[in-house]
Design a protein around this ligand. Structure first.
Ligand SMILES: [Zn+2]
Ligand SMILES: [Zn+2]
Length: 446
């Protein structure tokens, strides 16, 4: 059997020959040995054992080696070694501060943790995780010692800092350090002695109804000034005074005290289209929230009060990021139902309308990107299914159509044919010019 404790002590001496090390930094080279020990205790113990070893060496006549070990220890400021040398009448060497951590584990760490604690007090959270940025010279010094001496039981200084800081913060705040989706990430920066706190986003799911026409789904920047504010937009920087996005996100952002909020809808509707029925699903992502638990029922009331008559929300619940992808995906394929009021250039006989119902129910539509959105969407061909059409005449040249179809089909173009870019179309089938007067989304499936 190898002399294992002898190996540990020999490695310790080798390390101390290469650099002056504080208790924690010496102990950290053996961090994986023993359980429920701190590196400081490991380092102190090793230094204590080395003091004892040098006593035996001196007693047994190997005085030179004993004194050499004592001065290596005294150089690190280890008191028993300094005092032992003094007792033997030998001038101890000058103390060299730890050449790995340069004292940051004691001094700077405290300062940064205090700073972090102060910043954390303005957040609502239950879990956190500490990370750190440490000057490269410190990490390099530690790495080079590790490889020179060949110690395989060490951990990195960053790990020690993160753990130490995490332990202090947990004990002072009563919150839990957590690696899995922590509410807050606290980064201690030893380069410039700053602390950065990042709170993880919050996701709120809901459905909205747009009760009036004339409100765009997303905030529409003034094309003239690009949001800076000009005469045209009355200094607002916006083309329209409000939007579904603003009406929905602003109260949420305020409640969670976030930096910004992103709106993700399950598909979108034109400015002149209402959304009725159960409404369109959406997810709001609150970036950098300070508050994490808001009563969503109360929030919903506040939102509906503020945007009364324009937009209504319901079913607010907490969700996660994966919901955004699901919404985008489902918007492309899941069923949607519309009501369109259509005007014809000349009267359309009732039996022809009945034939249209039958023809379009179950038909696949070939649709190229509509001309009106070509400036912001790539030109491509879509194949979308119409499941059902129900027509109700309003006048000899006006009718209402209920259209149940696959998500992603442009309805105005299904009606007017978009110069042949959508086929078949109601206009093509009836042989008269058609115009959509009104359009409402009445159901969006999830
Ligand atoms: Zn150190
Ligand atoms: Zn403007």
């Amino acid at each position: 059997m190898e002399n294992l404790s002898g190996i540990i002590l020999a490695k310790s001496i080798e390390l101390l020959e290469k650099a002056s090390l504080c208790d924690r930094c010496l102990g950290r080279f053996f961090a994986r040995l023993g359980f429920s020990l701190t590196n400081k205790v490991r380092g102190e113990s090793l230094k204590t054992l080395l003091c004892m070893k040098s006593s035996i060496l001196i007693e047994r006549g190997a005085e030179e080696e004993g004194l050499r070990i004592l001065s290596l220890l005294a150089r690190t400021g280890f008191k028993p070694a300094v005092e032992h040398l003094a007792k033997l009448g030998i001038e101890p060497p000058t103390i060299t501060p730890c050449e790995v951590c340069r004292g940051i584990l004691d001094n700077e760490l405290r300062v940064l943790v205090d700073k972090a604690l102060e910043m954390l007090s303005s957040y609502e959270y239950t879990t956190f995780l500490v990370g750190c940025k440490v000057p490269g010279a410190i990490v390099e010094k530690e790495d080079s010692l590790r490889s020179l001496v060949g110690v395989e039981w060490s951990e990195s200084i960053k790990r020690e800092i993160n753990r130490e800081a995490g332990t202090i913060i947990a004990s002072k705040t009563g919150k839990n350090a957590s690696f899995q989706n922590p509410d807050l990430l606290v980064v201690l920066n030893f380069h410039d002695m700053s602390v950065d706190v990042k709170s993880s986003p919050i996701f709120i799911y809901g459905r909205y109804r747009k009760l009036v026409r004339g409100i765009p789904q997303s905030k529409w920047i003034c094309p003239k000034c690009r949001g800076l504010g000009c005469e045209e937009c009355g200094g607002s920087g916006k083309k329209y005074p409000t939007s579904v996005e603003e009406l929905v996100t602003e109260p949420i952002l305020q409640a969670f005290r976030g930096v910004k909020a992103k709106f993700h809808g399950a598909g979108r509707e034109d400015i002149d289209v209402r959304v009725l029925g159960p409404g369109r699903p959406f997810v709001v992502e609150v970036v950098e929230p300070r508050v994490r638990s808001v009563d969503l029922e109360e929030l919903q009331e506040v939102m509906n009060d503020r945007s009364r008559g324009l937009v209504e929300v319901e079913g607010l619940t907490y969700t996660d990021r994966s919901m955004i992808g699901l919404l985008k995906l489902s918007a492309k394929v899941k069923e949607k139902t519309y009501y369109a009021v259509v005007k014809a250039s000349s009267p359309v006989p009732l039996d022809k309308l009945k034939e249209l119902e039958a023809f379009f129910s179950g038909t696949t539509i070939r649709q190229r990107t509509p001309i009106r959105v070509l400036h912001r969407r790539a030109d491509k061909l879509r194949l979308k299914k119409v499941y059902e059409v129900k027509v109700e005449p309003l006048d000899s040249d006006k009718f209402k159509a209920l259209i149940r179809c696959q998500g992603g089909l442009y309805i105005k173009e299904l009606v007017n044919g978009d110069n042949g870019r959508t086929t078949p179309s109601f206009q093509e089938y009836l042989g008269v010019d058609l115009q959509v007067l009104e359009l409402d989304v009445i159901d969006v499936q999830e």
